[in-house]
Design a protein around this ligand. Sequence first.
Ligand code: PEP
Length: 249
Amino acid sequence: MRHPLVMGNWKLNGNKHMVNELIEGLRKELSTVDGCGVAIAPPVMYLDLAKHAISGSHIALGAQNVDVNLSGAFTGEVSADMLKDIGAKYIIIGHSERRTYHHESDEFIAKKFAVLKAAGLIPVLCIGETEAENEAGKTEEVCARQLDAVLETQGAAAFEGVVVAYEPVWAIGTGKSATPAQAQAVHKFIRDHIAKKDAAIANQVIIQYGGSVNDKNAAELFTQPDIDGALVGGASLKADAFAVIVKAA
Ligand code: PEP
């Protein structure tokens, strides 16, 4: 039986004071939550600080990126082993902001997926179509292609214990969330697509929805059978809003 996971993607936001204050708020708001995984992904600079601040709570540590290389002359990069060393568990890869601004290809993201699995970390593989692709009726084609970059090279077994985040690009940071029915249809497609290779693994893959999830729309999204929590951007920067989303899951 899979459990929902709500994860906050803090993106390029925060400072030491904010990290401590936000986590203190989350600890208070979430002290009684049960049955839903909770994770935060602060900027890499603050992972160690956040790790100490969440100590003894059930909030897990996540990160927003990883390099494909394990060590060596790769200035500015952070390896899977370093993330593991610092106590991170869930690592976001394939976020549309990295696909767009850093020109990360499906194949490059698949390499990150493999590196994380090899290190015993959990990839949170973000997939999703742009507005133009959506309007052209290409949502399923795009999601299948982004999944296949991993499925076809690493097999369905690689998805064991993994998180997929369906994040329509047009919904990220726009205030325009997919409707529960729209999201459910794509989540079902994603699960069915993995199930073509391995039904048991597909059934236990956590498929989060991401894209303008907030304290008002979360509960309705989570009524859908294939929506297993959320990857939350903007609303994860406020302890009370994030807590409402976690409790709704
Ligand atoms: C995200 O960046 O993963 C995201 C879902 O952002 P927001 O919730 O702000 O749309």
